[in-house]
Design a protein around this ligand. Structure first.
Ligand code: FE2
Length: 281
């Protein structure tokens, strides 16, 4: 059977640690996923969670809400989404930063999208053996306020000791320098992991292996049209800047690991024993 990736694409990914595949998702599917996301936001009642995001002494509750989101659809707000009285400064739909981290399992639409034959074929072409789908998340990057995501390697947060995780980043809208596209250091995946974010006995820590900062001047923008997929190696240094434009930059991200990759038990993202990570089926 013919591979979904050409040899040139595979070599580009090996050399650079990322691969842009234009027109991977059809326009009408992008529209459908965006409309569905808006429905999820419309139906989300922030009453129960707004106190944990609007009050500074709720760090523990905020952390619990985050740590327990692996098999749920949780909504995370932008920094400063709430005013001093605990009310949203802007409309709810312009206040959400991201939605996750179990969209691919819990939500029927994202489940179907995430488990398509095309994605399974892509994972196979990337030689990810017996892939497990770790997390599915919508990142909103709201107009004017969508915050910066600092330079990092995904393996810091989703560590596997035998084979790094892989990220699929789907542009549901055009991603430009103005609205906060991804930036990456081509070939940077050949460097070692700089840090690990761990969770042990409900306490999170960051273990630093190399404190030297990333060379931000080496970051190149990955501007893409809606429908593009960017494949990201788990060790690739990447970031996104603040959205300074009046256009949102919705993206859906999915992370995968080979079943025998050695996914760490002290990663923050864990699944309950009765609902483990699943593959494409
Ligand atoms: Fe990332």
């Amino acid at each position: 059977m013919q591979s979904i990736l050409s040899n040139t694409q595979k070599q580009f990914y090996l050399d650079n640690g990322f691969l842009v595949i234009e027109n991977f998702v059809a326009e009408n599917i992008c529209d459908y996923l965006l409309q569905h996301t808006q429905k999820l936001i419309d139906h989300f009642d922030p009453t129960n969670v707004k106190t944990i995001f609007s009050t500074h002494d709720q760090q523990h509750a905020k952390s619990f809400y985050f740590m327990n989101s692996s098999d749920k659809v949780h909504f995370f707000f932008e920094e400063d989404a709430f005013d001093a009285t605990g009310e949203l400064r802007r409309e709810k739909k312009f206040s959400i930063n991201k939605i996750g981290h179990g969209l691919h399992d819990v939500d029927p639409v994202f489940n179907t999208f995430s488990r398509s034959h095309k994605l399974a074929a892509l994972a196979s072409a990337l030689a990810i053996s017996s892939p497990l789908l770790l997390q599915g998340m919508i990142v909103c990057k709201q107009p004017f306020i969508g915050g910066e995501v600092q330079a990092h390697q995904d393996a810091t947060f989703l560590y596997a000791d035998k084979e790094p995780v892989t990220g699929f980043w789907f542009a549901l809208e055009d991603a430009t320098i103005e609205n906060g596209c991804l930036w990456a250091i081509a070939g940077g995946h050949k460097q070692k992991l700089k840090s690990r974010f761990k969770c042990v006995a409900d306490k999170t820590t960051t273990e630093i292996f190399d404190a030297t900062p990333w060379t931000l001047s080496a970051m190149q923008p990955l501007e893409v049209k809606r429908g593009a997929l960017i494949v990201l190696h788990g060790l690739l240094p990447h970031m996104s800047k603040q959205n300074t434009s009046n256009k949102s930059r919705y993206a859906y991200t999915l992370h995968l690991a080979a079943a025998n990759a050695g996914y760490a038990k002290d990663n923050w993202l864990q699944r309950p024993a009765n609902n483990p990570f699943r593959g494409f089926l």
